[in-house]
Design a protein around this ligand. Structure first.
Ligand code: LIP
Length: 274
């Protein structure tokens, strides 16, 4: 089955909004009995699992032979060259606490390159979208609201830049990440820790922060948001001259990319304990 970027984006967007509505409706029930995964502070709820199932069913109804990887265990090998990366609730801790910063993140890749991405915050009713070479957009409000083009900020220097980051679930990693943060903080405007990598990347895309970095993410956390940030004009990469990976990702407004990446490299910010 051919992979039309617009059709892939439309499917990702529709399923992100549908799943967002479901997690909103079932939040009271879901947060009453959360489970944990990699550590006692890595929560998962019935809503995470339900949303992933809705998204998987929706994809397979339209594209039954695609590959799908989801945070809550979906791992299907496809035959079409199209693979989907799903985070049914990115920012589950925020969802648990009722902090309005969590999202449904869905990305579609063709032959290994992400070509369409949708990130939906059901609390703010913000749908961030991008298709490769098609720019990045934000629609706010009722479905069908006009999507407006979004662009990164244009900070003068790292010292006046607002930088977002995040931390892992395991304490030995957090200790190392805190060391990097402590060293960086005196040299930037301030830090923001929103708790959802997908929304952090969308914040870079629309200029709400000037940069975002994090070590140790999962592919489903960043695949959609990295495309949205890139299509909005951000530089998005690792610290070794390559594409973002689960090892490290930094997304910056172009004007501060070299300076901030150099600082992070000097701090060995991508050197996390296994
Ligand atoms: C979260 C990421 C966030 C990171 C958290 C967590 P989850 O994903 O979006 O950036 O700092 O530790 O990994 O687990 O809520 O899907």
């Amino acid at each position: 089955m051919s992979a039309d970027r617009t059709a892939l984006l439309e499917l990702a967007s529709a399923l992100a909004v549908e799943a967002g509505e479901v997690i909103t409706d079932m939040r009271d029930e879901a947060v009453a009995s959360p489970d944990t995964k990699s550590s006692p502070t890595d929560p998962v709820t019935a809503a995470d699992r339900k949303a992933e199932q809705i998204i998987v069913d929706g994809i397979l109804a339209k594209r039954p032979d695609d590959g799908i990887v989801g945070e809550e265990g979906t791992d299907r090998t496809g035959t079409t060259g199209v693979d989907w990366y799903i985070d049914p609730i990115d920012g589950t801790t925020n969802y648990l606490y009722g902090i309005p910063a969590y999202s449904v993140s869905i990305a579609a890749a063709v032959d290994g390159a992400v070509v369409a991405g949708a990130v939906y915050n059901p609390v703010s009713n913000e749908l961030f979208t991008a298709k490769r070479d098609g720019g990045a957009h934000l629609a706010i409000g009722e479905s069908g609201a006009t999507a407006k083009s979004i662009r990164v900020s244009s900070p003068d220097a790292v010292a006046s830049s607002l930088v977002a980051t995040g931390f892992g679930y395991r304490s030995e990693r957090r200790r190392r990440q805190a060391e990097v943060m402590a060293a960086l903080l005196p040299g930037i405007r301030d830090i923001r820790r929103f708790g959802s990598a997908a929304l952090d990347l969308c914040a870079v895309a629309c200029g709400r922060v000037d940069a975002y970095f994090e070590a140790g993410l999962n592919t489903w956390d960043y695949s959609a948001g990295a495309l949205i940030a890139t299509e909005a004009g951000a530089r998005c990469h690792d610290l070794r001259g390559g594409e973002p990976t689960t090892h490290f990702l930094v997304a910056t407004a172009p004007g501060i990319d070299s300076e901030l990446s150099g600082l992070l490299r000097d701090l060995a910010a991508d050197d996390l304990p296994d």
